[in-house]
Write a protein that binds this ligand. Structure first.
Ligand SMILES: Cc1ncc(COP(=O)(O)O)c(C=O)c1O
Length: 398
């Protein structure tokens, strides 16, 4: 009898399923606002110029393909830690913070989940409702109990008071996941005053913050976006931060990221890092080298770093302009006010406020693809689409 006879089929990732549906659509006006990748005006997800230059240099200078260590490429982790915690971070100077290289931000989240499960048993992890769907499945797969605090309500508003009230009821010592910026899927971020209020509750209840930092540079800029991460790391004894180079370096498939830890003492950091290396050994042994080497090249070279910063800024500005452009295109239909939140949200994603029925009509009648919850990837728009998009939105929301 076949061993696999008992294996049931499970549905594929709904977002990735959208890619197939989009590809097989023959409508020349089709628009893909589904999967979360940045696109240029030609609809491509380009390789950054700074990355190409670094890759050319690597091709010439690389001398080995031997394994890199359990914590990854030291040049990469040192530079990435400065990018996240700040060039003159006192935590880094005091050896109270460090980075472990991981396969993308997802790898960093999984490593964090496994670490919590193994070293801090019995603690739940609290996620925003809604959150990136992989958070839900990934932490459950790591053996953690997953719970939720409110974040965006059905009327498509950030419900900060409800969030804060829920955080105040979280059992002491539990883990709370926060999105550093560009909240996925909603695009709604906390303002500095709200961050300080969250910090006060986290401190008061002795919660462990796990800050997901997947979009550094896409909200207000590379430095400004790190503000909350740096505030929490400066004010609290222990913080976990997951960083992804997928979006801001455009290195998606190279699986480049890191789990950063700040700890009360340099000595305790060594203990924590010993656990991380041991856990990573069972997950992926050692991380992939190429993407990290590219990032290290860029961050270690002043002129390459400047070029990269300009490229990130150009992506950020383009997304902000597309948000405003869509609002302008919605104006003739009297809808600019109703969708004003699209201009206030930040990063690649927008909770448009369109309901599943409207999303379905956009897809069936206009070949516009977005996630059923009404999440649109703003970076998938193009200035030439905006009138078409606005007309379609007006039709389905009439
Ligand atoms: C909120 C959030 N966290 C983490 C990630 C992880 O990205 P990656 O594993 O591709 O680096 C993503 C990617 O979409 C994300 O949106």
């Amino acid at each position: 009898m076949s061993h696999f006879g008992q294996v049931a089929r499970v549905p594929g990732d709904p977002i990735l399923g959208l890619i197939d549906a989009y590809r097989s659509d023959s409508n020349p006006h089709k628009v893909d606002l589904g999967v979360g990748v940045y696109k240029d005006p030609q609809g491509n997800t380009p390789i950054l110029r700074s990355v190409k230059i670094a890759e050319r240099h690597l091709l010439e200078s690389e001398t080995t393909k031997s394994y890199i260590g359990g914590h990854g490429d030291p040049l990469f982790t040192q530079h990435l830690a400065r990018l996240v915690f700040g060039a003159d971070s006192s935590l880094l100077n005091a050896n109270r913070a460090g980075a472990t290289q991981t396969p993308g931000g997802t790898g960093a989240l999984r490593l964090a989940g496994e670490f919590i499960h193994r070293c801090l048993p019995g603690r739940s992890i609290w996620l925003s409702d809604p959150t990136w769907p992989i958070h839900e499945t990934l932490f459950a797969a790591a053996g953690l109990k997953v719970q939720h605090y409110p974040y965006v309500e059905a009327d498509n508003r950030l419900v900060f008071d409800a969030m804060l009230a829920a955080l105040q009821l979280i059992p002491h010592g539990d883990v709370v996941l926060l999105h550093a910026c560009c909240h996925n899927p909603s695009g709604f971020d906390l303002n500095p005053q709200q961050w300080r209020q969250v910090l006060a509750v986290v401190r008061e209840r002795n919660l462990l913050p796990l800050i997901d930092f997947a979009y550094q540079g896409f909200a207000e800029g590379l430095e400004a976006d790190a503000w909350a991460v740096r505030l929490f790391a400066a004010e609290l004894p222990d913080v976990l931060v997951t960083s992804s180079c997928s979006k801001n370096f455009g290195l998606y498939r190279e699986r480049t990221g890191a789990l950063l830890v700040s700890s009360a003492t340099a000595d305790k950091l060594v203990d924590v890092r010993s656990q991380l290396a041991a856990i990573a050994r069972n997950l992926w042994s050692t991380p992939p080298a190429h993407g990290a080497a590219v990032v290290a090249q860029i961050l270690a070279d002043d002129s390459l770093q400047r070029l990269w910063q300009e490229e990130v800024e150009a992506m950020r500005m383009r997304i902000a302009e597309l948000r405003q452009g869509l609002l302008t295109a919605l104006q003739p239909y009297g809808l600019a006010e109703r969708f004003a939140h699209i201009g206030q949200q930040r990063g690649m994603f927008s909770y448009t406020g369109l309901n599943p029925e409207q999303v379905k009509r956009l897809r069936d009648e206009h070949s516009i693809y977005m996630v059923g919850t009404g999440r649109a990837n703003v970076a998938g728009m193009d200035s030439q689409h905006l009138d078409y998009l606005a007309a379609a939105i007006a039709k389905v929301s009439g």
